[in-house]
Design a protein around this ligand. Structure first.
Ligand SMILES: *Cc1c(COP(=O)(O)O)cnc(C)c1O
Length: 355
């Protein structure tokens, strides 16, 4: 019997492996998806409830008010901001807007596992450039990997799952080498957690380099992972292309109002981010005191390069009541969550410490 063939690029796609979920009724801390451990603020829950009564209507297609608020905060024109259902979806639309079959996209590896999927879906070829042993992106090698076929370069900063942010000087040296017709995507999903003084002000970099696009999200620092809202900042001409490639009515009315309420409660939410940053220091200090070598995380997770022990270590953590994210044969990413979760995790880490 004849069968409908899947496009080879789709048939061969690696599956996106979501972080382990806590089974219903089980007692465990979920440190496997870089989520915000805090529940939504009452004011955000109220906005969600208010928005619920209008869901028989389509949402504002371009999330106009949200886009205007974001643009005003960032000091960019509203025409340069494109909202989408999570910055992962926005990345897909960015690639659809600039790449096609036969094009190359340079990306660091290991990095965000959604990248290879998004690249394959547009028919492009991913060119992976190894991340350095200290978990930092090798921007020089990424610039070296650019060919006449390269249409885009993905820069994940801080890099998921290793943690470090790129530095301003290395980013500028890199951009000086990238042709003006190659898009550079700065994925800043964790920008609110960055405390490294050498990290770039991506908006300033964007102002100087029209071939850059920034991606940001409400999923991590703002705690709205379940509502799917993120955005791109680009020059208006590119932004119009990204908008044209976007799913119509992608960002729900509920998500738009929750994001707006989160911006109104920004002070409170950024206080929570500060607490997560402090907890990150406690986790890094605890691991280093045990003898682990850990990359300098600027995000809400830490990385243990465990090689072949990654999966067994993750299983040991799960038995102790902490779900972490293993990347088989490579390492384990542990999100920063509740204090109790850090304590439990550090107990397991101590048993496996290198000294
Ligand atoms: C979490 C994450 C995102 C954002 O995901 P959305 O929930 O789709 O906004 C984007 N990039 C990286 C590297 C991430 O880790």
């Amino acid at each position: 019997m004849a069968r409908v063939p899947l496009r080879p690029a789709v048939a061969d796609l690696p599956a996106y492996v979501p972080g382990a979920r806590v089974p219903v009724g089980a007692a465990a801390y979920k440190l496997s998806s870089n989520e915000n451990p805090y529940p939504p603020l009452p004011s955000v829950v109220a906005a969600i409830a208010d928005a619920a009564v209008d869901v028989n209507r389509y949402p504002d297609m371009y999330a106009t008010e949200l886009v205007e608020q974001v643009a005003e905060r960032l000091g960019v024109p509203a025409a340069g901001v494109v909202a989408g259902c999570g910055s992962v979806a926005v990345l897909g639309h960015v690639l659809q807007a600039v790449c096609g079959a036969g094009d190359e996209v340079v990306l660091p590896w290991r990095s965000f596992e959604a990248y290879p999927i998004a690249i394959s879906l547009v028919g492009a070829t991913g060119v992976r450039v190894p991340v350095r042993p200290d978990g930092r992106l090798d921007l020089e090698a990424m610039a070296d990997a650019i060919t006449p076929r390269t249409r885009a370069v993905l820069v994940c900063t801080p890099n998921n799952p290793t943690g470090p942010a790129v530095h301003d000087d290395e980013l500028r040296a890199f951009l000086a080498r990238v042709p003006g017709d190659v898009l550079v995507v700065l994925d800043e999903a964790y920008v609110e957690f960055v405390r490294d003084a050498a990290a770039p002000d991506a908006l300033a970099v964007h102002a100087e380099h029209p071939n850059t696009v920034l991606l940001r999200t409400f999923s991590k620092a703002y705690g709205l992972a379940g509502l799917r809202v993120g955005y791109a900042v680009a020059r208006p001409r590119l932004a119009a292309g990204i908008r044209a490639a976007s799913t119509p009515f992608g960002v729900s009315h509920v998500a738009q109002l929750a994001a707006l309420a989160s911006l109104r409660a920004e002070g409170e939410l950024l206080t929570r981010v500060e607490a997560i940053v402090a907890e990150r220091s406690r986790m890094l200090d605890g691991l280093r005191a045990q003898g682990w070598t850990v990359p300098d995380s600027q995000a809400n997770f830490v990385w243990l390069a465990l090689g072949d022990h990654a999966s067994s270590f993750a299983e040991r953590c799960a038995r102790a009541g902490v779900l972490v994210r293993p990347f088989a044969g490579d390492g384990v990413r542990v999100s920063v969550g509740e204090k109790e979760a850090t304590d439990l995790f550090l107990e397991v880490a101590a048993e496996h410490a290198p000294r």
